[in-house]
Design a protein around this ligand. Sequence first.
Ligand SMILES: C[S@@+](CC[C@H](N)C(=O)[O-])C[C@H]1O[C@@H](n2cnc3c(N)ncnc32)[C@H](O)[C@@H]1O
Length: 364
Amino acid sequence: MDVSEQRARIDAITWYHDFDFGNGLKAQTTVDAEFHRQLWRSIEQELDAIDFQGKSVLDIGCWDGYWSFYAERRGARTVLATDDCTQNWAGSAGCLLAKELYGSSVSVNLNLSVYQLASLNQQFDIILFLGVYYHLFDPFYALAQIRHCCHNDTIVLIDGPVALALVPATALFNFADRTCEWLPTLGALEQLLRATYFSIISPDVPDIRPPQPPIKRSKHWWLRTVMEMLKKSRLGILALAHELEPMLPSTLQRRLFLKCAPFVGTNELHYYRPPFGLHKYDSRFCEVSDCHVDKIFFLSDEEFVIAVFKKFLGREPDQVGYKHYLSLIKSGTVRQAVIEAIKNSDEYRLLSSKRKDEQASNLT
Ligand SMILES: C[S@@+](CC[C@H](N)C(=O)[O-])C[C@H]1O[C@@H](n2cnc3c(N)ncnc32)[C@H](O)[C@@H]1O
């Protein structure tokens, strides 16, 4: 295919990000270009401080894959670019064409909603969750799904706006606003993260919002305001204030870049057993009876396999079993799944029924 044919393919797509594919082939962002370019520069500055070398990366809500290709360029070992392509105006064409033109090895799944991530049954070293949470109708469920894609050392990088003028620790749902369906204060976002077993580990929370233009009030507006003040008309002044409302949201938000880490342990935000499988990160609710989850989950992969064998099978692991379960964990299987697999083994079943028989004979 020659360059002009390639250019025609690029031009047939409505792009969200800017791309330079070489050979003079460029794609350009189409919406609010200046705002977005400044935002992406700020995000890139933050990402530049992260070590991607040799890491497995999950990019959630990747759109045309801009940050996935960035992670690949930065030396990531594997990158999985995901999106629910029904949730943006350009669908999947951009990401697939960009992958082709870059000759990229990024894996792409654009039919995977954030709400389905646990079905991957995979854990990642770095998770990118950039520009997505404020579009979600159910951010708590989404973060629970993300939590299931984490191992002990995963870092989750989150970008999005927070409200400055709401009551502390509250959030605003406005499904009618398709540019921001959910807007939390920083306090509410912190709570949501904690409730899904994440801690914010950024030393500070940088505001990466591009500089905002000041609100412009015309001379005419000022004049009418003075008149209403002279008339002492509260209603008149309120009406004039309402005229400014469309300009307010951007000034009443800041844009955050957060670095988060998963934790395991007692979570004071959950008095009762948390939903969506989150209980397995909490020592009080872990299903595996008397499994000291905070201890067992903090062990190294090797120690974990040995501990699980001892706990459930009452013995040291044999070489084959040890290698098998260790390689499952190293290739991304969650530890809970290993516990379940061992509990489903014939050996465990036999042991359990023997224990039950013993208990029954002790009672008779
Ligand atoms: C503002 S764009 C952000 C794109 C890119 N991550 C970035 O930071 O430039 C929001 C993205 O979130 C995706 N999105 C919205 N709802 C989603 C969902 N439920 N699951 C996965 N992705 C979703 C959209 O399809 C879109 O690609």
